[in-house]
Design a protein around this ligand. Structure first.
Ligand code: FAD
Length: 635
């Protein structure tokens, strides 16, 4: 973490000084706003936390409830989300507070129909990520985003007690084209409405989204016509795997899932309840907490379950649904209009909670959108960039809905469980699906933001279109062992990682020096074209280099000036741009990610941590073309 960049600041470095011109909680509502976010679930808060860091953007978040969430809803945090939390700076906090899921066990009826453990498998495959799979209540994740918002320069707080009821877009208005009608939900002003105009409205308002309805969107899909109960509880039991994630399939009482939770005592159960009729709604059955407990006790037999405290419960029906488009621009108007209203999270895709994806995919949506909105609103990118949001994230959501369909069928199947290679079918499917449930199978298609696979062979372990798979390195200036991916902050900047050829030490005449010199000095380079006058040289594209030699073999002072830039109000040197392979301890990044040792390469990482492109070190035109498609010339 870098701070004191603009002068010494005492106190907590996570708390920024307030930027002028921003509303404080309780101030009157504004007439206009840059971005209005509807909903303070994981999607809305993840977006708000990114926008709150940008002092030039005025953001507002409205939420009909009266305060932050305290319990319930989702709890699964995939390794991919943990990587994203690292970029926000709170992964370590989540790791300390959460429960880690390392093993998953499978129970089924055995001899005399008694439950027995039939399989246990590793939950996160080795080497897939440096992050664990954890469980933590959604409310705590909300709290961490709320802290970032409050501590950021714009001191953003949700406006509770307000909901979006309608909106209209004026296609001819240049500024603030979206007129939004908000309604108060507190008793004193219940039903009173007010209007404001926004440049962008983001509907993160859940499965019954008013924003989606206002732009004519519909969720298409189906329901499984089966009721499930979910319960967070404190209990005593003689079931041996109470602190393991477990799938339990009884002879004929049904299925449940055990999910140990944070703090060492809390447990979540997902319990299969009754089949529903074709036109029956789950609410029609009038089931409650007692029904969930009674069913769980029957499934668990002969083990005992003595419930001491029910913390939260809900009964739901599985539905797999998706909207056609995640923004307001119909397919036939793509060339003439850019998006003004976008949807994220449950507002545009819903699925069963059992695969633990709802919160993760919702945050993934707005991590994709946040940097794009910031780039457009700060003038770095053309608004057309926003078209890429719906295309990229709808494809990811489609993959999730298909996976979820398949997984719900496997878990709910009444067919006898066939055993292959020592694993019953559910356990086998579970293992096969791990890369998906870890959140690591999303791969963006080649297009505006994702380069073609032409040079993939230069670094086979950084798959173009997939998330940047971090690996260990040592920082040259202070010999700190660390993960390369951890220098990618959620700050809307692109990263350009230069991997040096074998004998290149960064000195004059080498390929790294030649590339850095071009990037810094040539008017055609993306840094010169897209960094505005007066901005730090790494404000838009942050260049870092990784060398093959150990840190004692290299001289920091001999590195190209671009890798030792002087930044901030005081022009202080940034010492954190150069890294070495950690060959003797944690592993050599060049081997681990199959980087061409003879030639080296450039890996472009998007602000949302996805690999944008891989290019040879001398591909000046390719580098210029990649950024020219995305950014606007500013200098
Ligand atoms: P949400 O978390 O639904 O947040 C939407 C927010 O928008 C809410 O705060 C809502 O009050 C607000 N809002 C609604 N209407 C408006 C409006 N008109 N204007 C402004 N704001 C509005 N997932 C699991 O993995 N396991 C579970 O057990 C589980 N249980 C769930 C139980 C419930 C009751 C619900 C609703 C969801 C549950 N989920 C569960 C799903 C998971 O919580 C979601 O997938 C995830 O929260 C999606 O995040 P989101 O931000 O898109 O939407």
């Amino acid at each position: 973490m870098q701070y004191h960049t603009h002068g010494f600041n005492p106190g907590d470095p996570n708390v920024f000084a307030a930027a002028p011109g921003h509303r404080r909680a309780g101030d009157p509502l504004p007439e206009t706003i840059d971005v209005l976010i509807a909903g303070s679930g994981p999607a809305g808060l993840c977006l708000a936390a990114q926008l709150a860091r940008e002092p030039s953007i005025r953001t507002m978040l409205v939420e009909p409830k009266f305060g932050p969430m305290e319990k319930g809803q989702a709890d699964g945090i995939s390794v991919r989300s943990m990587e994203m939390f690292q970029a926000f700076g709170f992964a370590e906090k989540v790791m300390r507070e959460s429960v880690w899921i390392n093993e998953t066990t499978f129970w089924a009826a055995g001899a005399e129909s008694l439950l027995e453990r039939v399989a246990r498998v590793q939950d996160v495959p080795d080497g897939i990520s440096e992050m664990p799979h954890v469980l933590l209540n959604q409310a705590r994740v909300h709290d961490m985003f709320l802290d970032l918002m409050r501590d950021g320069p714009t001191k953003l707080e949700p406006d509770y007690g307000l909901k979006v009821v309608d909106l209209e877009i004026d296609p001819n208005a240049k500024d603030y084209p979206v007129t939004v009608t908000l309604e108060h939900t507190d008793l004193a002003r219940l039903g009173q409405t007010t209007q404001l105009r926004a440049n962008y409205v983001i509907g993160c308002d859940g499965a019954r989204s008013s924003v989606r309805k206002a732009i004519g969107g519909t969720l298409h899909g189906d329901a499984a016509h089966h009721a499930w109960g979910v319960m967070d509880l404190l209990a005593t039991t003689n079931f041996p795997d109470w602190r393991m994630k477990s799938f339990v399939r009884s002879q004929d009482a049904g299925i449940l899932m055990v999910l140990p939770r944070e703090g060492g005592h809390l447990v979540r159960l997902y319990v299969e309840l009754d089949a529903l009729g074709e036109h029956e709604r789950v609410a029609d059955r009038g089931m409650g907490a007692d029904d969930i407990i009674a069913k769980a006790q029957r499934i668990f037999q002969p083990f005992k379950l003595d419930v001491k405290d029910v913390v939260w419960w809900s009964i739901y029906e599985i539905g797999h649904r998706l909207t056609d488009k995640f923004d307001d621009v119909p397919a036939d108007q793509l060339a003439t209009r850019t998006p003004r209203v976008m949807l994220a999270g449950d507002a545009c895709h819903t699925h069963s909670p059992k695969a633990g994806q709802g919160m993760n995919v919702s945050m993934g949506d707005t991590f994709n959108l946040g940097w794009k909105l910031i780039s457009v609103l700060t003038g770095r990118a053309d608004p057309a960039l926003l078209h890429s949001y719906s295309g990229e994230r709808r494809a990811a959501a489609q993959g999730l809905v298909e996976f979820d369909h398949k997984w719900a069928r496997v878990v709910g199947s009444k067919a006898p469980d066939t055993v292959t290679d020592g694993l019953p079918r559910v356990a086998r499917e579970f293992v096969n699906n791990l890369p998906f449930t870890c959140g690591l199978t999303v791969q963006y298609e080649p297009g505006l933001l994702t380069g073609a696979q032409l040079h993939q062979h230069l670094a086979k372990g950084f798959e173009i279109g997939k998330r940047f798979h971090s690996a260990p390195v040592v920082r040259l200036a202070d010999a700190k062992p660390m993960h390369l991916g951890h220098c990618v902050d959620a700050d809307a900047r692109f990263r350009l990682f230069i991997f040096a050829p074998a004998n290149d030490t960064g000195t004059h005449g080498g390929a790294v020096d030649a590339l850095c010199s071009w990037l810094q000095n040539d008017a055609a380079s993306p840094i010169c074209r897209f960094t505005a006058t007066g901005e730090d040289i790494d404000a838009v594209i942050d260049v870092r280099a990784v060398f093959q030699q150990g840190f004692r073999a290299l001289d920091y002072t001999a590195m190209p000036a671009l890798l030792r830039p002087h930044v901030g109000r005081l022009g202080l040197c940034d010492y954190e741009k150069v890294f070495c392979a950690d060959a003797t301890r944690a592993g050599d990044i060049f081997d681990m990610r199959q980087i061409d040792r003879a030639n080296g390469c450039i890996v472009i990482v998007r602000p949302d941590q996805y690999v944008g492109h891989i290019l040879p070190l001398d591909a000046r035109d390719g580098l210029s073309a990649y950024f020219a498609n995305i950014l606007r010339a500013r200098s």
